[in-house]
Design a protein around this ligand. Structure first.
Ligand code: SME
Length: 155
């Protein structure tokens, strides 16, 4: 399977998960696992949710990979906080060049964070770390934006 076929297969699987009858949290776990286990450079895959009880804060949701100390993140802080504040995808090919960055592990070299919207409101983010520099191409971004659209109703 080439990368394009793999992306299409994963979108097919993720659509089935999103439409399935499971509870929401296990659905998000399955999505994390599907991405981490099938894409070699996706070393940490997780969701951050917008905290509905505290303004301008993200809370760690389901994830696959090493535990992180960043269980809550203020809007504006790190890559995740900036993506939440700007409501834009942040693709960082070299995290060591970033001044506003929250290190999760010394092994992480690149990161992509995508906002997730429900009825035009930010409800969460998909965050992926890689141990390889420049791991995320434009194709990865487009694929992950589609993943976010599919999974948004589940958040
Ligand atoms: N690196 C992120 C923090 C989250 S961890 O990667 C899981 C950031 O700078 O916001």
């Amino acid at each position: 399977m080439n990368k394009d076929e793999l992306f299409r297969w994963l979108l097919f699987k993720i659509k089935a998960v999103a439409n399935g009858s499971n509870e929401n949290e296990p659905k998000l776990r399955v999505v994390c696992r599907l991405l981490k286990n099938n894409l070699p450079n996706y070393d940490w895959v997780g969701f951050y949710m917008v905290n509905t009880k505290k303004e301008n804060e993200l809370v760690l949701g389901p994830f696959e990979g090493e535990p992180t100390e960043h269980k809550t993140i203020r809007f504006g802080d790190g890559i995740c906080g900036q993506a939440a504040e700007k409501k834009e995808t942040f693709l960082v090919s070299d995290v060591s060049a970033e001044s506003n960055y929250l290190a999760c592990s010394v092994n992480v070299k690149s990161e992509i964070v995508l906002p997730i919207f429900k009825d035009n409101n930010l409800v969460g983010e998909l965050d992926i770390d890689s141990h390889q520099a420049d791991a995320f191409a434009k194709e990865d971004q487009e694929f992950l934006e589609e993943v976010c659209r599919l999974i948004a109703p589940v958040l």
